[in-house]
Design a protein around this ligand. Structure first.
Ligand code: ADA
Length: 579
């Protein structure tokens, strides 16, 4: 229960007593809109004592397991740095934002004590990915699920990875735990789309590790319109003894960058979507919040979402698989500098986060891009920076067996020196927005199509074999703040700008897609960003508010996106501004 985590637990009880329910868990509390919950809590308890606080916290939990079983602790994410112990024995030290696993040795005890010490202060020990600030509030602690899987021993299937190779064939890789290395006589059996419960491996065919070009029985394609998912169960055996059994879900689809096009199942893609942080006012999202976000994206008519700027929650990716939403997932990084790239610890950490991201997400058909170094200094000529871009792209390509397109969101435009390492050129630009304190400028807004045309020409000339994506463009709009269309920070100005991007990119044949910045407003770190730059303590460029209320931009984009053949395709403006 969350109440217990708060040092001011009594204040929280007081709050519950006044009708708000147990903080974060009771139905009565859940029924309140997000903003009211925060306001309600702060009204009863004063400003949340943990919001914006950085420090150290200790979590402890008990797990009931069969005697003599070992285990695997699966962490969805734990930021910034986590020390993990089971029954008082130190097992792991992890930093960064990605999923990771910790093997747990067997014990006689049937009650295992899991302790996690978390440090969310930004410094070079807790956070070797160096950037000491972000443009979002990076909460600390166990922000995603932790699972304890009981195992029979330390020989187990670490992963079953399925790479679609055609509309009906896959390559399958089994990854075994370290302890399996010296064990002779291990073998595997598998079954596709087994509807029976559990693992009745006796009837399954035997396979060797690892099989390329295996035909999937009754193969059905995964497409955004019909996102069919197949399953594969794999049993790991020693003689007749079952050591482990795992089921994975995957989709059959092909993906390639061909000339200026991105092709899915041989068909040209035109991507439209938004950048999304995995945040509401909290970084701990309920399943309902994730479902709501996916529904909102679909409702807007998006077929694409860029998961900014870190490895995504596996529950979100599961929903994208089921709903046919295409995803860009990227390694944690934000505006990294040449000093970062020259630092061996930074690179070691970034490569580790890349491996963890791929390991967690490789079976999701929805994930079509693996990205890294969002807006890093890709204009910097030093050898260390070049090596960083080279090694990250190579690592992601090798580790995912070229099953994803590799790229990074670049704000360096024609000065980006490393685009030859990318499969797709992905650019960011904020015309008619930055500097955000300059007055709104309709001439600049009108110039937006020319800017995207220039990007299109540049890539066509220099990289005729690479598709071009615009992975960020946008403007701030304070939710509920209305004014004429030229007034910066009004919902009207934001809507005008977002539509201008949309219309100019989707009438430009040299651009393969757009992800606007951004899906919903996000809290920022008040210690590192000024209110002037980020009013209300938010990055206000969401087309939805923090609690997912639609702004004008959302409504206008939805109309443009969902229009029928032959219907009006142009700016949707408030009546007084329509001239
Ligand atoms: C950059 C960055 C985003 C966000 C955005 C903004 O493009 O990649 O994370 O900070 O700017 O809102 O200015």
């Amino acid at each position: 229960p969350r109440c217990g985590c708060w040092p001011e637990a009594e204040a929280c009880e007081l709050c519950c007593g006044r009708g708000f329910g147990t903080f974060g868990s009771s139905q009565c509390w859940q029924a309140l809109p997000e903003e009211d919950r925060t306001a309600g809590f702060e009204q009863c308890c004063g400003p949340s004592p943990l919001r914006y606080r950085r420090g150290v916290a200790l979590y402890r939990s008990f797990v009931q397991v069969p005697a003599k079983s070992s285990g695997l602790l699966l962490f969805g994410a734990c930021t910034l740095r986590c020390l993990v112990a089971v029954d008082g024995v130190f097992l792991a030290d992890h930093s960064g934002l990605s999923a990771f696993n910790v093997p747990v040795p067997a014990s006689e005890s049937t009650l295992r004590t899991v302790t996690v010490l978390v440090d969310n202060r930004f410094n070079q020990v807790t956070h070797p990915v160096h950037q000491l600030k972000y443009d979002w509030y990076q909460a600390g602690g166990l922000i995603r699920a932790v699972q304890f899987h009981s195992l029979r021993g330390l020989v187990y299937l670490q992963a079953v990875e399925v790479f679609p190779r055609s509309a009906a064939e896959v390559e399958v890789d089994f990854r075994l735990s370290v302890a399996a290395e010296n064990v002779q006589g291990l073998h595997f059996r598998w079954r596709f789309d087994d509807t029976a419960e559990g693992c009745s491996w006796q009837q399954w065919p035997t396979v060797s590790c690892c099989s390329s070009n295996t035909s999937v029985p009754d193969a059905k394609l995964w497409t955004p319109q019909q996102p069919h998912l197949h399953r594969l169960k794999v049993a790991l055996l020693l003689g007749e003894e079952l050591l482990d059994c795992q089921e994975v879900r995957f989709g059959l689809r092909t993906l390639e960058a061909k000339g200026r096009e991105i092709r899915l199942n041989g068909q040209k893609l035109s991507l439209f979507g938004l950048n999304r942080h995995d945040l509401w006012s909290s970084a701990v999202l309920t399943q309902e919040q994730l479902v709501q976000d996916v529904q909102l994206l679909k409702n807007l008519g998006a077929n694409f979402v860029r998961g900014a700027h870190y490895a995504q929650d596996q529950r979100f990716l599961d929903l994208c698989d089921e709903q046919g939403l295409l995803v860009w997932e990227e390694v944690l990084g934000w505006q990294n500098t040449p000093q970062d790239f020259a630092d061996g610890i930074f690179m070691m950490q970034s490569l580790k986060l890349a491996d963890e991201m791929v390991a967690a997400s490789v079976n999701h058909p929805s994930v079509i891009f693996f990205g890294f170094f969002n807006e890093g200094r890709s204009d910097d000529p030093s050898p260390a920076t070049e090596a960083a871009y080279h090694s990250m792209s190579q690592r992601l390509r090798e580790r995912s067996k070229s099953s994803r397109l590799i790229s990074w969101g670049s704000n360096a435009a024609a000065n980006d020196r490393y685009l030859h390492y990318a499969d797709v050129c992905s650019f960011h630009a904020y015309p008619a927005w930055y500097p955000s304190d300059a007055p709104g400028n309709l001439e600049e807004v009108k110039g937006i199509p020319l800017i995207w045309e220039a990007y299109g020409r540049y890539v066509a000339e220099l990289f005729p074999e690479k598709p071009l994506l615009i992975t960020e463009a946008g403007a701030g709009g304070l939710y509920g703040h209305h004014g004429p269309s030229e007034e910066k920070w009004s919902e009207e100005y934001q809507s005008l700008l977002m539509q201008m991007h949309y219309l100019s990119i989707f009438t430009n044949p040299s651009i393969a897609g757009l992800a606007l910045w951004q899906f919903a407003d996000v809290p920022i770190d008040r210690q590192t960003s000024s209110e002037e730059h980020r009013p209300r303590g938010l990055n206000n460029k969401g087309v939805l508010s923090l609690s997912r209320q639609p702004k004008l931009a959302f409504q206008a984009l939805r109309l443009l996106r969902n229009r029928k053949e032959g219907e009006y395709f142009g700016l949707i403006l408030p009546p007084e501004d329509s001239e």
